[in-house]
Design a protein around this ligand. Structure first.
Ligand code: AMP
Length: 293
């Protein structure tokens, strides 16, 4: 158990082993408590804190996991460079009112090197955007979220809109596996200049950080012009706007909010989302904006 500190208004349990976590959570369940779960890869920021707070307000016991999942990284360098800030993370979680931090080693999550992916058919959901640019990424995401759900057995799962396609994949995974978990989407938390908070932001140089708000500006511009321009023209304009020195767009797509199929005519779709990924040097950032609900 982690004790009080000057900044920390409360306490939190830290488990590294599944058996210890389960022993604690079984007692909570027996006492009639509902369990909320927020899976993360650490290097926590205010976006993660918002997820924790939402879980704290809607459930009796909030579990956050910090696990940098090797199976969802398609570039070894990206995995190696992923920021790790455990002490800061613990402080943030205490401040946000988290009850349990689960921080397993890779061998605990994937015993004896069992890294076999889940064989699930996501239809078109894992094909476009991140699916095209990060082959194997969603197989890894589905695998680790399923594994963590089997371990934590929460009533409610909280995930960010920031990773819109990931949310759609997890939603589909829950439907296919019939896991009795309620999935809640939490709105994207942004810096004051609009940049979506991300653990990767801390790897930006000051020049890159100054450029990065262009991502959200471009998404907003597309939304502002949706009543006068076709999606195709908006995408073209957005890709051009993001192609500035030091920044390279990987994709800018306007898709159906449920199927993720490309949108040709706004009126044909109930929900529409603009999604983008850009590279600033070796840092890759993603963001999205709901254009129509
Ligand atoms: P990560 O640690 O990046 O895997 O993210 C863990 C969870 O936090 C995911 O559900 C993300 O969608 C969510 N998240 C990340 N950044 C933000 C943000 N800026 N606002 C809201 N949620 C976020």
């Amino acid at each position: 158990m982690l004790g009080f500190s000057l900044q920390s208004p409360t306490y939190m349990y830290l488990f590294k082993k599944i058996t210890d976590l389960r022993r604690y959570l079984d007692l909570q369940k027996q006492a009639g408590k509902t369990i909320g779960f927020v899976p993360t890869m650490g290097a926590l920021h205010a976006g993660h804190a918002a997820l924790i707070r939402q879980s704290v307000s809607e459930t009796n016991c909030t579990v956050c996991s910090i696990f940098v999942n090797p199976t969802q990284f398609n570039e070894a360098a990206d995995l190696a460079k992923y920021p790790r800030t455990p002490e800061k993370d613990i402080d943030l979680l205490l401040q946000a009112g988290c009850t349990v931090l689960f921080m397993p080693d890779v061998s605990e999550v994937y015993p004896e090197g069992q890294l076999a992916p889940l064989k699930l058919d996501f239809g078109y959901l894992d094909q476009p955007m991140e699916g095209t640019h990060r082959p194997g990424h969603f197989a890894g995401v589905a695998q680790v979220v399923k594994r963590l759900l089997d371990i934590v057995q929460p009533d409610q799962l909280f995930m960010g809109q920031k990773d819109y396609q990931q949310f759609a994949i997890v939603q589909q995974m829950l439907a296919l596996t019939k896991l009795p978990v309620r999935l809640t989407m939490c709105t994207t938390v942004r810096e004051t200049d609009g940049l979506a908070m991300s653990s990767r932001n801390q790897r930006l140089s000051s020049e890159q950080r100054a450029l990065a708000p262009l991502i959200f500006q471009t998404l907003r511009e597309a939304k502002a012009n949706m009543h006068t321009e076709w999606p195709e023209a908006l995408k073209k304009a957005a890709r051009k706007a993001l192609s500035v020195e030091g920044m390279e767009p990987e994709y800018f797509e306007i898709v159906d909010g449920k199927t993720l199929l490309p949108v040709d005519i706004f009126e044909d779709h109930e929900t529409v989302v603009a999604c983008t990924a850009v590279r600033l040097g070796d840092v890759r950032l993603i963001d999205n904006l709901v254009m129509k609900t």
